[in-house]
Design a protein around this ligand. Structure first.
Ligand code: NAD
Length: 279
């Protein structure tokens, strides 16, 4: 029997292997230990899945949503989470919410700037000003307010990672959602500028561009389309990878961009689209 295999003695190679294994597990599971994440639209869909994922990776989470009941529901399912009812189209309310998060957790390290709406589906020449303004108030102004006040907080605490939610609609032509395409292209643009503007201060800014995921927003979008069943069938093979991604697939990408594994990635809009934009 080899010396280190005797009962009561530890084989150093086994010790190294198991320490390595647990380090590897830790690296994968607790990449965000001690970080504080501020997640808008956290009460449903992509925001909800991401709030859960970032918490599972060790982050303290502020669930921010205009729907206070849904923010409470999601926060109640996450250990130590903070629920904040906020309309992000209101800049003062966003500033207060960032302050409340810093007051509660001490800082903000990660922002998932995600609340957004598709708006009503209308041909461009029939687009109402009301529809145009509602979409841009949230997907444009709201995104700006979260960046403005979030970056202010991050500059005080020494940096962070921001992930904005863009869309494949920013990168490809989509019909009857002009304000959505316009606003999401804006998200991609401000992501680039902010990334370069704050790179030296340790703030990374990226965006994700998901293809359609069956969240409450997309379910409502399908039901208000001209042919819901046709829409669903067409989407089964819309992307080169067949089928639909789930919100947890998006959450995993956000967790990566939030983590130090992505420390050299900034300014990009990362499609999460099964190959849709390159086909
Ligand atoms: N689901 C998709 O297929 C898809 C694809 C590409 C991009 N996106 C984008 O992802 C983001 C999230 O979409 P989702 O599908 O999870 O939507 P969702 O409607 O399922 O969830 C959005 C959440 O945002 C909240 N919200 C709405 N207005 C708000 C406001 N003014 N202030 C604060 N919170 C507000 C809602 O209450 C809801 O809880 C949006 O920006 C959307 O444009 C979604």
């Amino acid at each position: 029997m080899a010396g280190s295999d005797r009962p009561g003695q530890i084989n150093p190679s086994i010790l190294m292997r198991s320490t390595g294994d647990s380090r590897r597990r830790q690296a994968a599971c607790y990449r965000l230990e001690g970080r504080v994440a501020f997640i808008t639209g956290g009460g449903a869909g992509l925001g909800e899945a991401t709030a859960i994922r970032l918490s599972e990776e060790g982050a303290n989470v502020a669930v921010v949503d205009i729907n206070g009941n849904e923010a409470d529901r999601v926060a109640a399912s996450i250990p130590g989470a903070l629920s904040l009812q906020v309309d992000v189209t209101d800049g003062t309310a966003v500033e207060r919410a960032i302050d409340a998060t810093v007051q509660h957790f001490g800082k903000v390290d990660i922002i998932f700037n995600n609340a957004g709406i598709a708006g009503e589906q209308q041909a461009l020449h029939e687009y109402t000003e009301e529809n145009w303004r509602a979409v841009n108030a949230l997907n444009g102004d709201g995104v700006f307010y979260v960046l403005k006040h979030g970056i202010t907080a991050m500059l005080k605490s020494g940096g962070g990672s921001i992930i904005n939610t863009s869309s494949t609609a920013a990168l490809t032509a989509q019909l009857n959602i002009s304000a959505y395409s316009y606003s999401k292209a804006g998200v991609t643009g401000i992501t680039r500028s902010a990334a370069v503007e704050y790179a030296k201060q340790g703030i990374r800014v990226n965006a994700i561009a998901p293809t359609a995921v069956l969240t409450p927003m997309v379910e409502a979008f399908i039901e208000t389309s001209e042919d819901p069943e046709g829409f669903r069938a067409e989407r089964e093979n819309w992307n080169p990878i067949p089928g639909w991604p789930v919100a947890e697939d998006v959450a995993a990408v956000v967790a990566f961009l939030a983590s130090d594994d992505a420390r050299w990635i900034t300014g990009h809009t990362l499609p999460m689209d099964g190959g849709y934009v390159v086909r």
